[in-house]
Design a binder for this molecule. Structure first.
Ligand SMILES: NC(=O)c1ccc[n+]([C@@H]2O[C@H](COP(=O)([O-])OP(=O)(O)OC[C@H]3O[C@@H](n4cnc5c(N)ncnc54)[C@H](OP(=O)(O)O)[C@@H]3O)[C@@H](O)[C@H]2O)c1
Length: 105
């Protein structure tokens, strides 16, 4: 847990220079690192979009306060990100845990 939490913290706060009022995208968000990352991003006052593969993971991420969960088995991140950008802001910060999904910039 310590390693996962520190990894998320260093990635977002040191490498990503996370502030607040941003839209943060976290992929593989229900994993060991991702679940810390989404909570840290929310605590910092950001909107969080999180991807995962499965209903139980999706429910788990919603319980952590994620603003928009994308279960990639049912939805396309590209479509969701377009709507989310329209409603809020562009993704400013991405924590790509697996480099699985290329995110449009
Ligand atoms: N945990 C640490 O302490 C730590 C430290 C340093 C670096 N890292 C790096 O951070 C990244 C995430 O680590 P983690 O501990 O969060 O991993 P994890 O708990 O094992 O979660 C990885 C998640 O990636 C998703 N995934 C999608 N496609 C995959 C594929 N082909 N192979 C494997 N996973 C796939 C799966 O979630 P879905 O089914 O929801 O897609 C899986 O649950 C890794 O690259 C790891 O090397 C982790």
């Amino acid at each position: 847990m310590l390693t996962s939490g520190l990894t998320a913290s260093i990635a977002l706060e040191k490498a990503g220079q996370m502030t607040s009022g941003q839209v943060v995208l976290v992929t593989a968000a229900a994993g060991g690192t991702g679940q810390f990352a989404v909570q840290l991003a929310k605590l910092a006052g950001n909107k969080v979009v999180a991807t995962c593969g499965g209903e139980s993971k999706s429910t788990f991420l919603s319980s952590l306060g994620v603003d928009r969960v994308v279960n990639y088995r049912n939805e396309n991140l590209k479509d969701v990100s377009f709507c989310f950008r329209f409603l809020y802001l562009p993704f400013i910060l991405q924590l790509d845990n697996i480099s699985l999904v290329p995110v449009p910039t």
